[in-house]
Design a protein. Structure first.
Length: 530
């Protein structure tokens, strides 16, 4: 947004030239406020451009001249500049998808297909790229609070509360004034179509969490009916980060001083399938499918087939950046995976980026939609009616859930277990940390209840605003014991990959100094108008 504060110190944005005027005589709503409310409505319900245009026209019929009449004028008011959006092309050949860049070459260097520099031949093979340099400049200039938050001293007391408290932060930050965390993941656009959109989003580690979530930057946007080629998709981002790290960007501070700022990307947060894709590792359902350690896993029978499980029979060594690079070289020579590594990750080209430790587990998918949902289904699925942990009296649990009156901080009222298929991650979080220790006390057999409390306590210790080293040790002990007991209590087939990943959560918090709840990235709060 290009709005600036008032000269008198008022921080309200000045969007329209007469924005401080009221929409009509006697009204208490100003024109600026009306436009902001309208845009909030558009974003909240994700209205498409045509619906937004119709809504603007409707308002102008009722209140002529109070707001811009077209989407184009609204874009100008908010400072949206389409000229900064670039098209980067790649080879349309699905077996190639070689990265071209901002222009189409005479022919593809990889598959030798001739294009004669004609972009029309790549009409469906491009992605949008928004340069980070411009977006960073905009954030730096936003206000004094944001600027000071980024460049203030990050000395800590030894306790963990944010990224810059982690033991890897200073190591990975070397040579950079500003560091970024990034995320890339696919999301379906249409419920009845294979088309999906893959955004690459970035946030500034040096900003406090609240400001970080309000200043998410969109760098690349891929749209298509197939998953992107990771090397092609990440190439513009890798190139720009290397340029920002080596050359930097010039910036005029709020006091008028000229300085050069160097930027690096140090942290990547993805769910398990996207993380394996970016790391170029075997997926979690294959041998050596863990991207953090050398646990080989094992196949075991489940239902009518087999699954890959990760029992904690031993303490397996952690992966390292150096060894992973060696395994990638061997895999490319042998043309087959080595210790789960399929090839060289393009992220290894990022300065000060560790292809193992710079990735973290995704708390939302691993803990909430993974482990918590898995155990709720085990307890309530009728196919387990002969098991000692099966909850026969679901109506009693539902009655307790429906009787709960949650505080204002919890936005969703508890729903019955009959609706568990439709529960959101926030509902599983409330169940795990708040409801279940009380509700399940006299529902689950004692040994299963005490086992469940190990998970509740282990995760609770890792989501505190401030985390101490002793809390990490306690959490690690709880989670390790929880994982170890799963085969005896529920069977070997229940030791899923998500359960195994729990043992790496304390290390991730220690490395990156932030509660696990932030390991779902600020991207979860990022919205745009279609």
């Amino acid at each position: 947004m290009s709005a600036e504060p008032n000269d008198d110190g008022d921080s309200q944005p000045q969007l329209l030239p007469d924005g401080e005027g009221f929409i009509y005589s006697g009204s208490r709503v100003k024109k600026n406020d009306q436009l902001l409310l309208l845009m909030a409505f558009v974003l909240r319900f994700k209205l498409p451009a045509a619906a937004c245009q119709a809504l603007l026209a409707l308002f102008n019929v009722i209140l002529p001249g109070c707001i811009p009449a077209t989407n184009y004028l609204v874009d100008k008011v908010f400072g949206f500049d389409s000229r900064s959006v670039l098209l980067h092309y790649f080879c349309p050949n699905a077996a190639c998808m070689n990265y071209f860049g901002p222009s189409v070459p005479e022919k593809c260097d990889s598959c030798s297909t001739v294009y004669n520099s004609n972009p029309d031949l790549c009409a469906n093979s491009f992605m949008f790229v928004l340069p980070l340099a411009d977006q960073l400049q905009s954030i730096f200039k936003k206000d004094s609070q944001t600027f000071e938050s980024i460049f203030s001293d990050k000395s800590t007391s030894g306790e963990l509360s944010d990224v810059y408290d982690g033991k890897l932060y200073n190591k990975q930050r070397a040579g950079a004034n500003v560091t970024l965390q990034f995320n890339c993941d696919g999301a379906p656009i249409f419920t009845s179509s294979r088309f999906s959109i893959w955004p690459l989003l970035c946030a500034i580690n040096e900003l406090p969490t609240a400001l970080r979530n309000c200043n998410v930057m969109l760098h690349s946007l891929w749209f298509g009916h197939m998953k992107p080629c990771v090397t092609t998709f990440l190439q513009p981002f890798i190139s720009e980060i290397n340029d920002l790290y080596n050359t930097g960007i010039e910036f005029t501070t709020l006091t008028g001083e000229m300085c050069r700022i160097f930027v690096s990307a140090t942290l990547c947060i993805c769910d398990a399938p996207a993380r394996a894709m970016v790391q170029d590792f075997i997926q979690f359902n294959g041998m050596f499918g863990c991207g953090f350690c050398y646990h080989p896993g094992t196949r075991t029978n489940k239902g009518g087939g087999t699954v890959q499980v990760y029992p904690m029979n031993d303490l397996y060594p952690l992966r390292s950046h150096h060894k992973t690079v060696q395994h990638a070289e061997q895999a490319q020579t042998l043309m087959k995976p080595v210790k789960g590594v399929k090839g060289a990750s393009i992220c290894a080209l990022l300065p000060n980026f560790d292809v193992v430790q710079s990735f973290t587990p995704d708390y939302m998918h691993c803990v909430l939609l993974g482990v918590t949902r898995q155990f709720v289904n085990l307890w309530t699925d009728s196919c387990n009616h002969k098991q000692p942990y099966y909850i026969k009296n679901l109506s009693a649990v539902d009655k307790l859930l429906k009787s709960i009156k949650p505080p204002d901080e919890i936005r969703r009222l508890p729903r019955t277990l009959l609706d568990r298929k439709f529960w959101k991650a926030s509902e599983f979080k409330s169940l795990l940390l708040i409801y279940s220790p009380v509700i399940l006390m006299h529902i689950l057999p004692n040994r299963y209840y005490r086992h469940w409390l190990l998970l509740c306590n282990g995760i609770r210790l890792l989501i505190q605003e401030t985390i101490t080293s002793s809390m990490i040790i306690k959490s690690r002990n709880c989670l390790h014991k929880f994982i170890t007991l799963v085969p005896d209590l529920y069977g070997l087939s229940c030791v899923s990959y998500n359960i195994h990943i729990l043992c790496h959560l304390p290390d991730a918090v220690q490395n990156w100094g932030t509660p696990v709840v932030t390991f779902s990235l600020c991207v979860r709060g990022y919205y745009w108008c279609a």
